[in-house]
Design a binder for this molecule. Structure first.
Ligand code: GDP
Length: 363
């Protein structure tokens, strides 16, 4: 699962991408992502629950969850017609699972705005329009074949055709496809199209350093837009965060205290991206390591075990599960077991966010 950063030129994408992927020193050997291209980075997902666990279980290593982030070059008006990096840009977006759109809310006469003034809603509209036009083209390319096959009696093609027509009607009203509800069968029928505006989106409002809470009316507009679109929004000063990220830990804490932040905004962004991707964590906790493992919402016991090692999915026998609250009540695993709180779960168990798991597997 990976997310791509998009936005108009000069809104702070690279500043944010660099801060997110450099500061947290996610060690790539811990994460079995395939290859990391130059415009990609690993972002660790700081999770306060890891610190709560290590109050009781002292490990040699703590390994947070991580995600892959792709810096997608700036989009300009006309990208869907091949302007700027055009189609290459759209191909990159097609490959990601979620979109992180940086919108400029900061005012700085030294930083040129491509459209001449700071107007985040217009920026959002520019990008939405390009992505919607690209989706319309994709649907147009697919509709002929679906019509012919549906006419010839192909039932699956009929479902696909219905879905295409619903998407087209929705796009005609100038709304992105993520706000359209399709049946499971319809969604499946067109899932291979990689429709851009169907991907979940997170807005990152790049605010001024003196407006970290995002009180500026421009930010309110973005917030209202995000709420209506069912999307998340996080406020950040990319410039300030990139400065904070360069400090050593002691100075960093001091600077955070100075500006009134409990933790870097980058942490909030990493968690928000993780959520936008539909991901959650379960933990394994032992003396060697306490670690967060990434699973999609709804993953079963065997699927969760398979994230550690693919053999564990096939060889899954059962999981022993307890919660962080159990650990905080009883202090250690032995006492949790004695109190009868260590649950034994089978193949159908849906692993919950925050579960602490032990898997028993056939080897
Ligand atoms: P990109 O084109 O979207 O990747 O934008 P960059 O990250 O390269 O930033 C463009 C310019 O804006 C650079 O000169 C940055 O230093 C500046 N910049 C980025 N974020 C901020 C910010 O939060 N505040 C201010 N004042 N300048 C910023």
């Amino acid at each position: 699962m990976e997310a791509g950063i998009v936005g108009l030129p000069n809104v702070g994408k690279s500043t944010l991408f660099n801060a997110l992927t450099s500061s947290q020193s996610a060690q790539s050997e811990n994460y079995p992502f395939c290859t990391i291209e130059p415009n990609e980075g690993i972002v660790s997902v700081p999770d306060p629950r890891l610190q709560r666990i290590t109050k009781y279980i002292k490990p040699q290593k703590i390994i947070p969850a991580a995600l892959k982030l792709v810096d997608i070059a700036g989009i300009v008006k006309g990208a869907s017609d091949g302007e700027g990096l055009g189609n290459k840009f759209l191909t990159h977006i097609r490959e990601v699972d979620a979109i992180v759109q940086v919108v400029r809310c900061f005012d700085d006469p030294d930083v040129i705005h491509v459209a001449g003034k700071v107007d985040p809603l217009a920026d959002i509209d520019t990008i939405d329009t390009e992505l919607m036009l690209a989706d319309m083209q994709t649907l147009e390319n697919a509709i002929g074949k679906a019509q012919r096959a549906a006419r010839a009696g192909d039932k699956e093609a009929k479902v696909r055709l219905d879905a295409i027509e619903k998407c087209n009607a929705h796009l005609e009203t100038e709304q992105p496809l993520r706000t359209l509800t399709l049946s499971d069968a319809e969604a499946k029928a067109i899932s291979s199209f990689g429709l851009l505006t169907a991907k979940p989106i997170l807005y990152v409002a790049n605010v001024s350093e003196n407006d970290l809470e995002g009180k500026d009316p421009l930010v309110t507009l973005v917030r209202d837009h995000a709420d209506k679109a069912g999307a998340g929004i996080v406020c950040v000063s990319a410039k300030l965060e990139s400065e904070i990220a360069e400090l050593d830990p002691a100075d960093r804490d001091e600077m955070l205290a100075d500006v009134g932040l409990a933790e870097p905004a980058l942490h909030h962004i990493a968690r928000a991206i993780y959520k936008t991707l539909g991901l959650q964590s379960y933990f394994t906790a032992g003396e060697k390591e306490v670690r967060a493992w990434t699973i999609p919402v709804g993953a079963t016991g065997p699927q969760a075990a398979g994230v550690i090692h693919s053999d564990f999915e096939k060889g899954f026998i059962r999981a022993e599960v307890y919660t962080l609250e159990d650990l905080e009540t009883y202090g250690n695993e032995k006492d949790i077991r004695q109190a009868g709180k260590l649950r034994v779960e089978g193949k159908d168990y849906i692993v919950q966010d925050g579960d602490i798991c032990h898997f028993l597997n056939k080897t």
